[in-house]
Ligand binder design. Structure first.
Ligand SMILES: *Cc1c(COP(=O)(O)O)cnc(C)c1O
Length: 419
């Protein structure tokens, strides 16, 4: 005998303790009844719950996991008004860029700096403000896609600057830039884009920042990942070996770049945002361009970024979750993995991720569970946080470098629940 479906309202009320707004439950109940699936209402509600944005435990070994929000970073307490555009001294209107810009200028040893929503926005604003209807010289080896559809030629087109391609895919020399600038006359700037997520190997030649700085037009370097200073003064152990060769904001400016652009949620380790730092007359032009208004970050981002900048100024990498996990030593990772008393403790390779340092691995330690247990861990155990793992060769791996030690108990409980 076919069971009679419950009423929409009764079915919605039966899952009311999920905490999901009644209106959404009614909609789900209607669908469940229409699909003859009302007996699965509990599972359907969990499915709905999992679709909400929520904290998860990153056990993947990818430090800057793009799908997990790149760098882990806390939210500021948010239920207050702020002086974001108000000058407490004079009581007049202020600029949201001044204070945060000064902090980042200090950190990059630049004249000036400003913040936008991400690094793509930073590049778009710089091109629009400094080169609209003019040429931008770029090496053919740097006409790249960074991922998430940031493509240099597309951003250029959007800014209504035009592309002046220089050199070849594998070799670009200073003389190639010089020739291109002479041939086009209205080339407004040179853009150098860091090869964040790929490497060109073999018969190659690249023009250095120092060389490009000798050209008579502004040089903008999109360094991408936001390493502030190659000597990492915020780390007591100094720069990790795997970081070598990654361009840093301070050194790129010292080498003669007029502006640098970078993301705040990659190696900088903060919230999603983008920084433009360098010559104050060029930053001034960016601030005055209408896109500055379109691309401006909100107060939560700025407060959170300010907190990050202050940690850097105090040289306190311990307070920056990304650097904490990047510099955790193998012995402490091993002790944490062993304390789980589950699976097999194994050596692993973490990767920086987030489209940075494509060939780099960072030694790590984790747990191997036989078989694919990823779904059981991902769905959250008895209301605990979803744990995102990596499955390789049919086994499941939890990399302890990317797991915040504050979540070790969550992991222990979930592993215990696997049976
Ligand atoms: C990551 C990256 C970008 C894009 O940055 P978003 O902050 O994701 O917009 C641009 N340029 C380079 C070189 C990058 O590495």
């Amino acid at each position: 005998m076919v069971k009679k479906p419950p009423s929409v309202n009764d079915l919605a009320l039966s899952v009311e303790d999920s905490g999901i707004p009644h209106e959404l439950l009614v909609q789900e109940a209607r669908l469940a009844i229409a699909e003859n699936d009302w007996e699965n209402m509990g599972e359907r509600v969990k499915h709905l719950q999992r679709s909400f944005i929520q904290p998860v435990v990153n056990a993947t070994g990818v430090l800057l996991h793009t799908n997990l929000g790149r760098a882990p970073w806390r939210m500021p307490a948010s239920d207050f008004s702020s002086n974001i555009e108000f000058d407490l001294e004079s009581g007049n209107r202020g600029s949201r860029q001044t204070s945060i810009g000064n902090l980042f200028a200090q950190l990059c040893e630049a004249e000036s700096a400003m913040v936008v929503n991400n690094c793509s926005a930073a590049v778009l604003l710089v091109l629009s403000a400094l080169a609209s209807d003019q040429g931008v010289a770029i090496s053919r080896s740097e006409l790249v896609e960074i991922g998430g559809s940031f493509r240099v030629p597309d951003i250029l087109e959007l800014s209504s600057a035009y592309l002046v391609e220089v050199g070849t895919t594998n070799k670009t020399r200073l003389i190639d830039y010089q020739k291109a600038i002479d041939a086009h006359r209205d080339v407004a700037m040179t853009l150098k884009v860091h090869q964040s997520n790929y490497k060109i190997v073999g018969f190659t030649e690249e023009t250095s920042v120092e060389e490009l700085a000798s050209l008579k037009i502004p040089l903008v370097v999109d360094i991408g990942s936001g390493l502030l200073d190659s000597s990492c003064p915020w780390l007591s152990s100094g720069p990790p070996r795997w970081l070598s060769g990654e361009p840093a904001a301070k050194q790129t400016l010292l080498s003669g770049a007029d502006l640098v652009t970078f993301s705040c949620d990659k190696l900088l380790g903060g919230p999603q945002a983008g920084i433009i730092a360098g010559r104050s007359d060029l930053i001034e032009k960016c601030l005055r361009h209408p896109f500055a208004r379109v691309l401006r970050p909100g107060s939560h981002t700025l407060i959170s970024l300010q907190e990050l900048a202050l940690h850097y100024l105090r040289r306190d990498g311990e307070q920056i979750p990304f650097w904490k996990m990047a510099s955790a030593n193998l012995e402490e990772l091993k002790i944490r993995a062993e304390s789980m008393n589950m699976g097999e403790v194994v050596n692993l390779d973490s990767v920086p991720g987030g489209g940075t340092l494509p060939t780099v691995v960072i030694p790590s330690v984790g747990i191997r569970l036989s078989g694919d247990r990823s779904w059981e861990l991902r769905r959250g155990f008895q209301g605990s946080l979803p744990i995102i793992t990596r499955v390789r060769d049919g086994d499941t791996f939890l990399d302890f470098r990317t797991i915040d030690p504050a979540y070790d108990q969550v992991i222990a409980t979930a592993l215990g629940g696997l049976g």
